[in-house]
Design a protein around this ligand. Structure first.
Ligand code: SF4
Length: 244
C-alpha cells in the first residue's frame, strides 16, 4: 500500500520531471484575485451547413448527448474528421479541463489528449494530485481542424452549444482552460494569456482558471514555470472549495 509520504515523494518527482529543478512557490505567487462575474454572451446559431436537430438540448446524459451529436456535420470540420472526439472522463467530475480541438492522434482514436500533449496533461494533473480519470476532459471543437490549425470563429460557434450542454450535464465546480482558443470559446475573451492567467472567472456556477495548452508547452518549455504557478493556484482553489 502506498503511504502518504510515498505519494508526496512521487508527486515531487513528477513535478521535477515536468517543471524542472527551479521550482518555488511563494504565498504571493498563489494569491488569487477575485474577478467579478463576467457576462457570457449567447452564441448565435451558425448560418451555414446545419445538419442535425436541436434534440440534443434535451439529452439527459452524456451518452445520450454523444449519440445525438456524433454524426454532426454542422460545420466544415465534420467532413474532414476520422473520428468525432466527444470528450472523456468522470461524468460527475468536480473539475473539467477544456482544450482547443483534436489533433492527429485524437482524430484517429476518438479520444481527447492522447498524444504527446495528452501525456504532458496527464503528468501536470498528477503533479497537482488529480488522476485523469477523476476529471472530465473535452475540447472547444469536437472534430480536428485540418493541419492542426486553430478552429475558426464560426467553427467554435457551431460547436459551442455541445460543450455548453456537456457542462450543463457534468456541472463541474471548477474548469481549467488550456490556451487562448479555449478562453475565446468559453469566456469569449480575446485578451493575451499573460493578462488572463492567475485570475478566477465564472462560467455559470463554475469557477474558471486559465493556463497554457500542453502542446504550446512542448514548443515553449520556458512557459512551464508559469504553468506550474497556474496549476498550483488552481489546486489551491479546488482545496478551498473541497477542503479535505
Ligand atoms: S466541429 Fe463540432 S460543429 Fe463542427 S462538425 Fe464537428 S461536432 Fe459538428
Amino acid at each position: 500500500m502506498t503511504s502518504k509520504k510515498d505519494e508526496i515523494i512521487r508527486g515531487l518527482e513528477i513535478q521535477k520531471e515536468i517543471f524542472g529543478d527551479d521550482l518555488f512557490c511563494t504565498r504571493e505567487d498563489l494569491e488569487i484575485k477575485k474577478e467579478p462575474a463576467i457576462k457570457i454572451s449567447k452564441v448565435s446559431e451558425p448560418s451555414f451547413g446545419f445538419n442535425g436537430t436541436e434534440d440534443f438540448r434535451s439529452a439527459a446524459s452524456l451518452e445520450e448527448l454523444n449519440d445525438q451529436i456524433c454524426n454532426c456535420l454542422k460545420c466544415p470540420l465534420g467532413k474532414g474528421r476520422n473520428k468525432f472526439v466527444f470528450g472523456s472522463g468522470n461524468p460527475k467530475a468536480r473539475v473539467m479541463v477544456i482544450g482547443e480541438g483534436p489533433g492527429a492522434e485524437e482524430d484517429m482514436q476518438g479520444e481527447p489528449f492522447v498524444g504527446r500533449a495528452g501525456k504532458l496533461l496527464t503528468d501536470i494533473l498528477k503533479a497537482i494530485r488529480f488522476e485523469r480519470s477523476e476529471v472530465y476532459i473535452a475540447n472547444i471543437v469536437k472534430c480536428r481542424p485540418p493541419g492542426n490549425r486553430a478552429p475558426l470563429l464560426e467553427e467554435i460557434d457551431a460547436c459551442f452549444p455541445y460543450l455548453e450542454k456537456q457542462i450543463e450535464l457534468i456541472k463541474p465546480k471548477l474548469i481549467l482552460l488550456l490556451g487562448a482558443t479555449a478562453v475565446l470559446g468559453l469566456l469569449k475573451k480575446k485578451e493575451s494569456m499573460g493578462s488572463l492567467r492567475g485570475k478566477v472567472f465564472y462560467y455559470g456556477q463554475s469557477k474558471v482558471m486559465i493556463t497554457y495548452h500542453p502542446a504550446y508547452l512542448l514548443r515553449n518549455p520556458n512557459s512551464k514555470r508559469a504553468t506550474w504557478e497556474d496549476v498550483q493556484a488552481f489546486r489551491k482553489l479546488y482545496d478551498e472549495i473541497y477542503p479535505s
